[in-house]
Write a protein of this length. Structure first.
Length: 512
């Protein structure tokens, strides 16, 4: 393998145009050195009478070779030139001693020129490498910022932060400490590669590296945590050796501290590590603030959703108990009117019959509206019976739909059944309005501690967004509602679709 690499390297050298330029200059200078008289006319016994000028010209191929092929290339050319100059200096020169001195001088100057060029090249390479590392680090930090800020779930955000920070600093483990304003205490709810029991340890500001960071707002590096005066005993027993901690901030608010540790041996956390972690800490602070705002928004959304469902239930009950009953009573009165002994005129009877048909159509429409608002079957018969009603309605609209049930069937909590019903209702409504499908399949599979509901169609599909902001920008508010309803139960919803292919919507929710 090494010989193959060597041959490959020589092949590249031979194909390099600079190599042949160096060879041509070297050959030309050697010919001038041996087969021509002095290049410059000068009085006898002066410095330039002993081929000194053409010896100096030998610097040219050395400089080109050094710039092109580096230190090794320059030294090889230098050896070749010394070999080329020695015969004249030893056997042909009229002043061998002076010629040898000139040859050695040219060789020494050439060597220093080679070293200077090599040093410049090395400095340039180091500068380029440093610039490349800074660029790579900046790109990585940009990716980190995008990854952190793309998550709105706090648990996912902070777990991802620790893993990224470990990767960038080469730490053995890490954790995020958060300050609880109510208890005025600090603890590590998020840990990675550290004993889980440390998550239950609480301490005050000023204690431990995280407490010192939150107290001062500045990074802290502890080279020997075992001898650290403010060390937390539980963390000492866990074997922490070296620790670096930086504040997690947003604006002037300190949310906590990001700590990275070494456990097997002492580790030197550099200023570059601190700079990286400080940047991640700022991004994390923004992410925590966004996540908390999102949690509040979700709380209000849940409250609004519950209020909407309560209002739908009330309106549905009133429509069923009052409006529908009044329409039914009106229809019966018209029946009795047609049944009178004295017959109505033909025109009046036809109008009464038409009015009865209109009332029947209205009753059917109101009942459908009631079912959409809050079907009574959901409370009385449960989720499966209600979904079966939705699939029957879709079949009546010309799209063949079926329900498949798996697992051990059971009733769920009312809120769980309501959320899953709304998701299936929205999915089937989208199939009816947009998919141009001929068949739809709803699958409900019960697991011991969860339920999975899948809705699939054979329609035209669409470009399924992967991020929440894309859903907002594309106006897919129905999908946003489905996502949020699934999250209300601590579940997940996935959408798989692309133009020309079927759409699959799957929701997984934990059950009580």
């Amino acid at each position: 393998m090494e010989s193959e690499l060597s041959r490959s390297g020589w092949r590249r050298v031979l194909l390099n145009r600079s190599f042949w330029i160096v060879v041509a200059i070297l050959v030309l200078t050697t010919l001038l050195h041996y087969f021509r008289p002095n290049l410059l006319p000068a009085p006898v016994n002066t410095f330039l009478t002993r081929h000194s000028a053409d010896r100096i010209l030998f610097l040219l191929p050395i400089i080109i070779a050094s710039y092109t092929f580096g230190l090794k290339g320059g030294l090889i050319v230098l050896v070749a030139i010394v070999v080329a100059m020695l015969p004249r200096a030893v056997w042909l020169s009229s002043s061998p001693a002076d010629a040898l001195v000139e040859t050695v001088t040219v060789a020494a100057v050439s060597y220093f020129v080679i070293r200077i060029i090599a040093a410049q090249a090395r400095e340039k390479a180091l500068r380029q490498e440093s610039d490349a590392q800074r660029l790579q680090l900046q790109q990585r930090l940009n990716e980190v910022a995008e990854q952190i800020t793309s998550e709105l779930e706090l648990d996912r955000v902070l777990t991802k932060v620790i893993q990224i920070a470990e990767e960038l600093t080469g730490a053995d483990g890490g954790g995020i400490a958060l300050f609880d304003r109510e208890s005025e205490s600090i603890r590590y709810p998020y840990l990675h590669n550290l004993p889980r029991e440390l998550a239950g340890v609480t301490f005050l500001k000023g204690e431990g590296a995280a407490g010192e960071v939150m107290n001062t707002g500045s990074p802290v590096i502890v080279s020997d945590y075992q001898a650290y005066p403010s060390a937390i005993p539980a963390f000492v027993e866990a074997g922490l050796t070296s620790v670096v901690a930086v504040p997690i901030v947003s604006g002037d608010r300190v949310f906590g501290a990001l700590s990275l540790v070494s456990t097997d041996r002492a580790k030197h956390f550099s200023d570059n590590d601190v700079t990286i972690l400080t940047s991640i800490g700022r991004q994390t602070g923004i992410a925590i603030e966004n996540a908390r705002l999102y949690e509040r928004m979700r709380f209000y959304a849940r409250q609004i959703t519950r209020a909407q469902e309560d209002e739908r239930k009330r309106v549905s009950r009133e429509l069923h108990d009052e409006t529908v009953q009044m329409l039914v009573a009106l229809s019966r009165r018209l029946d009795s009117l047609l049944a009178l002994p004295e017959s109505l005129p033909k025109t009046a009877a036809e109008r009464v019959v038409a009015l009865q048909e209109l009332i029947s159509t209205t009753v059917a429409g109101v009942r459908r509206f009631i079912r959409d608002l809050r079907p009574s079957t959901l409370d009385n018969l449960g989720l499966l019976a209600t979904i079966e009603g939705l699939t029957d309605d879709l079949t009546d609209d010309g799209i063949e739909a079926e329900l498949v049930v798996g697992g051990e069937v059971r009733r769920l909590q009312p809120e769980e059944e309501l959320v899953l019903f709304r998701i299936v209702q929205e999915a089937l409504s989208n199939i009816r309005r947009h998919s141009k499908a001929s068949h739809a399949l709803v699958q409900v599979r019960f697991h011991p501690d969860s339920v999975r509901v899948t809705v699939q169609d054979d329609g035209v599909g669409f470009d399924a967004p992967t991020r929440m902001d894309e859903l907002v920008s594309t106006g897919k508010l129905g999908l946003i509602g489905m996502y949020e309803r699934a999250r209300m139960l601590g579940g997940t919803l996935t959408v798989q679709s692309s133009p020309g292919l079927s759409t699959v919507i799957a929701v997984d929710v934990p059950t009580q």
